[in-house]
Design a protein around this ligand. Structure first.
Ligand code: GAL
Length: 689
């Protein structure tokens, strides 16, 4: 950058800073602070003439947008040829946004390598499972394990960090974009074999852990070990996924290590993940980040608050603190079967649903569609002509909402009495050996989550190895793979007085995806005082009766056996395949002040609702706000000033919600004893102001 340009830019930043900086009484200025609850959008200044920026930013400001995410696909603009970096335009974009009170999150552009790069270094292109090398023309064509690619990625990230690490209007970093596609090239395979050597030490250990005597799979050389993703030995399959997770982690760390030392500590570092996507273990990758963020797209149809809320809670569980919605749909997407739009009002309702689950930012993808490119049909906030789309006023309303509620929500976060356990190892293991093609571990998780959330109005989704003692109830819907360490944590939780509920297929597998010698639930058999005698895949549902009324079990049924006298049978199977008839379908046992329960049946909705009620009652779980009409979602967030309740009406009709005490209506003003919400209506209520 030439000297004159730099000082011109410096002046621009200074003027912008004057507009935003809070000036203290002593006349000192401090780094500007973005609003606590941020509305944002993905903005691609590189796709437009600079003369257009001002109009776009002014429209963003009018909508109450205070954040733009910029740069994550702009590598060819930032480094037009190898080693020639041009970040001046980005400087100007950040400064132009700041003039409109808009802060920037910078994306490193490594999900879209430039053509010169792939032409010069074809080995950086990823190879798919069939051996085809990717080509230029789309995105994400890089090989995540390739050392040359990592060198180049590190260099551009370092340039950016050195340039923007102290810019007061850059509030954070997004590394890459939606880690997803992996490579099956020879170099990656060698790295996998080295990874196996690190994990198992000797081939004897590996052969024993994977029982490779089966089908003559025994390995006598590390380089004999293949990559398998679907039909291989279960130990091999799980190892590949763990290798992939560690490789994404090191891919990310490669950039983290040059960003962190070059930027202010106030700038966070994140990446954007994809909800239920299970291409890698997110707990592995997230441990190095400051903040979790995900891209929340409904696709076709409408928001399912339970399934989407569970994905919010999953993301919140990565760092066990508030998170960001880095991308969400402005009405509709371009990649679903039918790209239907969310209803009028539903976009705002969904944003508040996310904030209720602990999102501190909701950012729309994208501001305006590039005039050419693969996503021309995707929803935006302004049209191709640069004028607001019909959704824009709704976003504007959201901007006004966030401005009103920001100070009340600042520093608040969800807190739950109930935890639902989630494990990538278990999800993968179930998917590789479903035994019933309809079996979907996420659907199983949500079937527990849904009625439990309706009762408790707040749930944490965490790992079995996380600290659990603060929870009254811990539910593990399909904890298929259970390590000894996690088993100890669960047993300890029960001994300390907690209630652990295991769903079907729990603890069938050990940490190498092999069968547990004790049967199910493996190391917890003794604590449970019972176990699974046999499992049966079902086409037709089987009747289940007992404590949860008369319901039906679907897809899978486990015949339970209670070996201890003090085990209580909660439900039994009715007449079905003969084997199951009259046998226990759910058992429970009190252990000191704690309790352990096992569900061998996947109950239908009515059965699940009754079971959730029993679980909550037995464990002393309370409803956060109090009973509300069906379809009204309650989201409590707690801070030093007490509770704030966000209410969203997802039912089809207007609903009136009685409140347990008089509360401040943060959006509408005034104090209320009840609140009436139209369909998709939102209320933010503060209990202590
Ligand atoms: C996301 C991606 C964005 C955009 C969006 C469209 O997965 O991160 O760049 O493609 O989908 O829905």
């Amino acid at each position: 950058m030439n000297r004159a340009r730099r000082s011109y830019l410096g002046l621009g930043i200074y003027l912008a800073a004057l507009l935003l900086l809070p000036i203290t009484l002593t006349g000192q200025t401090s780094v500007p602070q973005p609003p606590p609850i941020l509305l944002g959008t993905a903005w691609y200044p590189e796709q437009w003439a600079e003369s257009r920026w001002e109009a776009d930013l002014a429209l963003m400001q009018q909508a109450g947008i205070h954040m733009v995410r910029v740069g994550e696909f702009a590598w060819s603009r930032m480094e037009p040829s190898e080693g020639r970096y041009d970040l001046d335009w980005l400087d100007r974009a950040v400064a132009a946004a700041a003039k409109h009170e808009i802060y920037t999150v910078l994306g490193t552009p490594t999900a879209a390598p430039p053509a010169w790069l792939t032409q010069r270094y074809p080995d950086t292109l990823r190879v798919d499972e069939e051996g085809h090398r990717a080509e230029h023309g789309n995105r994400q064509q890089f090989n995540f394990a390739n050392s040359k690619y990592r060198d180049l990625a590190r260099k551009i990230a370092e340039q950016m960090a050195k340039h923007f690490g102290h810019n007061p209007f850059v509030i954070g970093w997004q590394i890459d974009n939606e880690y997803a596609d992996v490579s099956f090239d020879a170099e990656t395979k060698v790295q996998f074999q080295q990874w196996l050597k690190m994990r198992y030490g000797t081939l004897d250990h590996l052969n024993a852990a994977w029982t490779t005597s089966y089908w003559s799979q025994t390995y006598s050389d590390w380089n004999q070990i293949p990559i398998e993703t679907r039909y291989g030995n279960p130990g091999l399959l799980l190892s590949w996924k763990r290798f992939v997770s560690d490789t994404w982690r090191s891919y990310q760390k490669n950039q983290l290590d040059v960003i962190r030392p070059n930027c202010d500590s106030r700038q966070f570092i994140t990446t954007n993940t994809m909800g239920w996507f299970d291409g890698f273990d997110h707990y592995t990758v997230e441990q190095d980040l400051d903040l979790a963020a995900w891209d929340d797209y409904v696709g076709q149809g409408h928001l399912d608050p339970a399934k989407n809320g569970a994905a919010d809670d999953l993301t919140r569980g990565f760092k066990r603190k508030n998170f960001w919605i880095m991308e969400t749909q402005p009405g509709f997407v371009n990649w679903a079967g039918v790209n239907t739009s969310l209803d009028k009002g539903e976009v705002r309702a969904m944003a508040w649903h996310n904030v209720g689950h602990g999102a501190d930012t909701v950012s729309y993808w994208q501001w305006r569609s590039a005039l050419n490119g693969q996503e021309e049909y995707h929803g935006t906030l302004v049209g191709a002509d640069g004028t607001p789309v019909p959704l824009y006023p709704e976003i504007q309303q959201l901007g006004a909402d966030f401005a009103k509620a920001g100070s009340v929500l600042a520093g608040t976060s969800p807190k739950s009495e109930v935890a639902v356990l989630h494990s990538y190892d278990s999800r993968w293991a179930l998917q590789w050996q479903k035994h019933n093609r309809e079996y979907d571990p996420v659907a199983e998780l949500v079937s527990y989550y849904r009625p439990l959330r309706a009762i408790s109005q707040s749930i944490d989704v965490v790992q079995a190895s996380d600290p659990l003692t603060a929870y009254k109830l811990v539910v593990a819907p399909g904890l298929n793979v259970l390590s000894d360490t996690a088993a100890k944590n669960l047993a300890e939780y029960v001994r300390q007085g907690g209630h652990l509920v295991l769903g079907q297929r729990s603890a069938m597998k050990n940490d190498d995806n092999g069968l547990q010698l004790e049967g199910q639930p493996g190391p917890l058999v003794e604590l449970l005082g019972g176990r699974v005698e046999q499992y049966y895949a079902l086409v037709d549902p089987v009747p289940v009766t007992g404590r949860f009324g008369a319901s039906q079990g679907k897809l899978w049924a486990e015949l339970l056996n209670a070996s201890s006298q003090d085990v209580e049978v909660l439900a039994t199977y009715g007449k079905s395949n003969g084997w199951l008839d009259g046998k226990p379908a759910a058992i429970t046992r009190q252990v000191g002040k704690g309790r352990i329960t096992y569900f061998g049946a996947w109950l239908d909705d009515a059965g699940m609702a009754a079971a959730a009620k029993w679980m909550a009652q037995t464990s002393g779980v309370k409803t956060a706000l109090g009973p509300v009409p069906e379809g009204v979602e309650v989201y409590p967030r707690y801070g030093s000033n007490g509770a704030v309740y966000i209410l969203v009406n997802f039912s089809k009709t207007q609903q009136t919600v009685p409140l347990p005490s008089r509360m401040q209506d943060v959006l509408e003003g005034g104090a209320r004893q009840s609140v009436t919400l139209p369909r998709y209506g939102v209320a933010v209520l503060s209990a202590n102001r």
